[in-house]
Design a protein around this ligand. Sequence first.
Ligand code: UDP
Length: 361
Amino acid sequence: MKITLIAGARPNFMKIAPIIKAIRAASKEKSNISYRLVHTGQHYDDKLSKVFFEELEIPEPDVNLGAGSGTQAEQTARIMVEFERDLIRNPTDLVVVVGDVNSTMACTIVAKKLNTKVAHVEGGIRSWDMTMPEEINRMATDALADYFFTTSRVANDNLKNTGVSEDRIFFVGNTMIDSLLTNLVKIKRPEVWGKHRLEDKNYLVLTLHRPSNVDDFKKFETLINAIDESAGVPVIFPVHPRTKKNYDQLSIKPQFVVPTDPLSYLEFIYLVKNARGVITDSGGVQEETTVLGVPCLTLRNNTERPETVTMGTNEMIGDDIDALKNALANLKNGKWKTGETPELWDGKAAERIVNILEDMN
Ligand code: UDP
């Protein structure tokens, strides 16, 4: 079976790395799966792309479609045009997409229109929040995909409720957690550690890049000020490039919040693992903190990863500043729930995916 694997943006790379490793391991045992890796070029900044290929030992992509940035429609359209050309030249049995970025949706539409089957890794998760571009990507992808590799039973139910038959849904676990567990032995102390004299559990980590938090300057400023006033310890803030444009325009002088460049994966995980807590609006970070048992304050009103709240260490803070301050006070006083690891988030999701793909042959 010939597979075309799609990756385009930072949160995709940790999801594809273990799948590639599992395919390579299987091929040593005479598996008949071969793969071709397509990088859409949605993220092209070295700090969001190249460093992840190096650290996660992902082989060079067979092609980079060079999509680059732009509005939602510009970027999606460019990926579609380029991937259509590529797929016509390089037909495949199955296109495998991961996550919920524009590349996920764009390549799914292209593949289906060329009568090629699609499998969605991380299919079925839903925030039900149609103001999130990612939710639209998830819904459009899942409306078209043929097979779904899911991270939770809730995701299975979401798919079944839209009429997907059970034989197309495979609950395999979480490939992002495969990467986390494999790489824990390699994590690296980032430079910011020494520079700001960080110590275990005496600092927080902050990541923000969702339009709902960073596009309205006033709201963004209020959030940073509230965190700065209540944290009481350094707050390391690796700033996503989409966030940086706006952050640079705020007229604030935080005392505790320390903006830095985006960190490499191994540095970021080091920082999260040893932090007192993490404040975020990222999807992947909610999952990583749950597995690491680190308190997570999510600055969103909903999550497509409910198991991180019901079982894990995640709490939804929304955009209520008082709730944020209360949560930070609880964190300071050591009052936070301890969590459990969700079912099948055990580091073996990619192996399960490859076993299923072999049976599809
Ligand atoms: N991440 C990283 N360096 C950073 C910030 C995040 O390596 O400076 C990783 C993090 O470990 C997680 C992923 O990037 O695996 C999350 O990506 P992002 O927040 O961009 O996407 P989302 O999960 O919100 O879709």
